[in-house]
Design a protein around this ligand. Structure first.
Ligand code: HPA
Ligand code: ZN
Length: 337
């Protein structure tokens, strides 16, 4: 099973590139940029990754990314993620980045974007991984700040497929950003939003009805609203579920209690993703291994989630079909051996 999980063709739809900053790279970049870290060793950093909720993670996440200063830093960060993704047979990835977390500390949008985007292009060449970029607005900041960030992104429209919404969910409902998302859709961006991670099912409804999202990021609290579950199934609105994240941030007490299998078997378009792999203890294959071990998922279950993830991408129908055909070929061979 482990080899199957490692080798099955994958798409990743919920990965914050800043959340793939490994402690080793944090030290390398701190040294390169003459920054003093409040930790003495890599182990000390890892030991600090004990979270009670989303906010306790976000505090360390924003502090950690302070080492990212130059275009080369953003390139190295993204390249390291893509190397791991290639090793786990990720065929396509849609990467979040948080420009406000960088512009607010004096790093220009252009620097952030250029470093990340160059690595994505190189990975297409070197590993054959296709990718899209998704710009996330920080929802703890104002709608005005999000609007200004959207304006900054317009010259880069051709290289950014969608806008999203992340950071502190409670008290920052999707409705706060309706105007920004209206403007983004007018400008031709797809939209997604984190909703129903810590926040209530109403936030998922708002993301769908007010922000016009194509996917819900997390969404696991949909289970508390049967009308919503029915709607998500009927409309096949994808959920980008992040199991290890949900355990580390105490959304569920243990992996055995995670509702991903239940949601999948109810017919929701469930996908598996790593969120912030460096902070939560693993990349996409590790997420698959842990849910499989804890919940006893079959190869058919895993196949269904991988197929869902290709369906849920922003690729064209033809490109999706080509990726699903590759997945089907892999399955035909996997069942023979
Ligand atoms: O899981 C998350 N939720 C909200 N904001 C985030 N920013 C990085 N990861 C997350
Ligand atoms: Zn996330």
């Amino acid at each position: 099973m482990d080899t199957f999980l490692q080798e099955i063709p994958k798409a990743e739809l919920h990965i914050h590139i800043e959340g793939s900053l490994e402690p080793e790279m944090m030290f390398t970049l701190a040294k390169r940029n003459g920054i003093e870290l409040p930790y003495k060793s890599v182990q000390e950093v890892r030991d600090a990754y004990n979270f009670q909720n989303l906010q306790s993670f976000l505090d360390l996440y924003y502090a950690g990314m302070g080492v990212l200063q130059t275009q080369q830093d953003f390139y190295d960060l993204t390249w390291a993620y893509l190397q791991t993704a290639a090793a786990e047979n990720v065929q396509h990835t849609e990467i979040f980045f948080d420009p406000q977390a960088h512009t607010s500390r004096g790093i220009e949008f252009e620097i952030v974007h250029a470093g990340i985007y160059q690595a994505l292009q190189d990975a297409q060449e070197e590993f054959g991984i296709s990718s899209y970029l998704i710009l996330c607005f920080l929802r703890h900041l104002s709608a005005e700040s999000a609007m200004a960030t959207l304006e900054q992104a317009l010259p880069y429209k051709d290289t950014i497929v969608a806008v999203g919404l992340d950071s502190s969910e409670m008290g920052n409902p999707p409705s706060k950003f309706k105007r920004v998302f209206d403007r983004a859709r007018e400008a031709g961006f797809y939209t997604v939003a984190h909703a129903g991670e810590e926040g209530p099912p109403d936030y998922i409804w708002e993301a769908i009805k007010l922000l016009g999202v194509s996917r819900i990021d997390h969404g696991v609290r949909c289970i508390e609203d049967s009308q919503l579950v029915k709607y998500l199934i009927e409309q096949q609105i994808p959920l980008t579920v992040c199991p290890l994240s949900n355990i580390k941030l105490c959304v569920f007490d243990s992996m055995e209690k995670h509702n991903i299998k239940q949601l999948l078997h109810m017919g929701l378009c469930v996908t598996v993703n790593s969120d912030d792999p460096s902070y939560f203890g693993g990349y996409i294959a590790e997420n698959l291994q842990q849910i499989q071990a804890a919940l006893g998922l079959s190869q058919q279950d895993i196949y269904q989630m991988m197929k869902n993830s290709f369906q849920a991408t922003f690729l064209s129908p033809e490109e999706k079909q080509a990726k699903i055909t590759e997945l089907d070929d892999f399955m035909a061979k996997a069942f023979v051996s």
